[in-house]
Ligand binder design. Structure first.
Ligand code: FCX
Length: 390
């Protein structure tokens, strides 16, 4: 790519299109192939899905997988940083009313309060602190918002990020094993998705003004909370619950009535992908291992069969195939997380690593001067020159 090569030409049709497909920067952590889905630093995500989650975070931050010594040192650093969650931040959460707002509000508030209590200003240190403390923030949000904070078990950061979260929730034995397996898989699949998805882009845009990692990540979480983006995993399970049957004819009737009412078919479609998201396939395959007879999982499998042919009847829908959100909710439900409105917090927790890694890359760019402050151009319309006096 030479400095003056034309990458894209803009015409009027590209305006007000949500920056769809317009190249705006470079990304070193991941890319999304329209057919083969997301790759982390070149690896198809399916190759990484059964690794330790900390090794995949190391990959996103360092652009290569760690050797054994590096892996141990990285896990140790995260465990150490996870021991020091600021109490000021916890007091903020303790003062929210149980059951109030959406769990994504709590996540965003929790991240902001951690930043208010302790921001070092060093992007790597703040990113590592946030990544290390997310399991406890998540566990506390679940229990405080649910009104049973006394159930929180003391952290055991040496267990690793996902296992520590499950431990703090008070889950043991086979149930914990199953949760760890599914959550680790889910966590790795959701860590990053190129640079242009709404939450990552929003986080990086805020960071480009030299806002803190915490302010940038809270903004990213707010962006993720919309139902067309991360909250689609909640919406998709609610959808599955409303359908309540895996009978293909009933599903077809339901989907057609949703379309007629101009409501989105959650779990389908994508801004970049033009085939079934490989992450959807991987999650459905995991479901066949952990919850093959689960009722909601069966509905998801039927949706996957029935919906694409209906969406194909609408040529404006560019991708009629399942996205990542189709199956994640049914799996989370099957392993014991019964409340769909918490599901997007898992997505957000996972995405923290990818967004932090991308912010670090942008801050290190241009020989350490960092990416310039984001400033796309908007073209003024319907604003004839006016004055208060003639
Ligand atoms: N159901 C109903 N309509 C859909 C649709 C779907 N699943 N997918 C696309 N469309 C519609 C769009 O709303 C748009 O209509 P419009 O021209 O009247 O505004 C038209 O088809 C063209 O959209 P398209 O270019 O194919 O897709 P976009 O990039 O505009 O939108 C999303 C992509 C993901 C937002 C869209 O497919 C959608 O709303 N899907 C349902 C919600 C969902 O599952 N979101 C999760 C996406 C992702 F995995 C994530 O970020 O988490």
């Amino acid at each position: 790519m030479s400095d003056d090569e034309t990458l894209f030409s803009i015409s009027e049709v590209h305006l007000d299109s949500g920056l769809r497909g317009i190249p705006v920067g470079t990304c070193k952590t991941s890319y999304v192939d329209p057919i083969d889905g997301v790759h982390y630093v070149g690896y198809p995500v399916g190759d990484l899905a059964n690794l330790e989650e900390e090794d995949v975070i190391f990959l996103l931050m360092n652009k290569r997988l760690p050797d054994e010594a590096e892996s141990n040192a990285f896990r140790k650093e995260l465990a150490h940083r996870g021991e020091e969650i600021p109490t000021g931040a916890l007091r903020v959460l303790e003062n929210l009313t149980p059951g109030s707002g959406h769990p994504m509000d709590w996540l965003s508030i929790g991240i902001m309060s951690m930043g208010a209590a302790e921001t070092t200003g060093d992007v790597r240190a703040d990113s590592m602190n946030l990544i290390a403390r997310m399991p406890e923030l998540m566990a506390r949000i679940f229990l405080l918002r649910g009104g049973n904070p006394e159930n929180l078990r003391p952290r055991r950061t040496k267990l690793g990020l996902v296992e520590n979260f499950v431990h703090m929730l008070g889950v043991d034995g086979d149930e914990a094993e199953r949760m760890n397996r599914v959550l680790r898989f889910f966590f790795i699949l959701h860590m990053d998705h190129g640079g242009g998805n709404l939450s990552t882009f929003s986080g990086k845009a805020v960071a480009s003004g030299r806002a803190s990692v915490y302010a940038s990540l809270a903004s990213a979480m707010n962006a993720l909370s919309g139902p067309l983006h991360g909250r689609a995993n909640q919406a998709c399970l609610e959808f599955v619950q409303r359908i309540g049957t895996s009978d293909p004819e009933e599903i077809e009737k339901f989907v057609r009535s949703e379309l007629a009412a101009k409501r989105p078919i959650y779990g389908f479609g994508h801004g970049v992908l033009r085939a079934e998201d490989p992450r959807a396939r991987l999650l459905i395959e995991l479901g066949s291992e952990v919850c093959p007879d689960d009722e909601y999982y069966k509905v998801v499998k039927s949706l996957r069969e029935v919906v694409p042919k209906i969406l194909k009847e609408h040529p404006k829908i560019k991708n009629p195939y399942p996205n990542v959100d189709i199956a994640s909710g049914s799996l989370l439900h099957a392993i014991g997380f019964r409340k769909p409105h918490y599901y997007t917090t898992f997505f957000g927790w996972a995405r923290v690593a990818g967004i932090c890694a991308q912010i670090l890359d942008e801050r290190e760019s241009r020989d350490g001067r960092g990416v310039p402050i984001y400033r796309p151009k908007y073209i003024a319309i319907e604003q004839p020159m006016r004055r208060l006096t003639d």
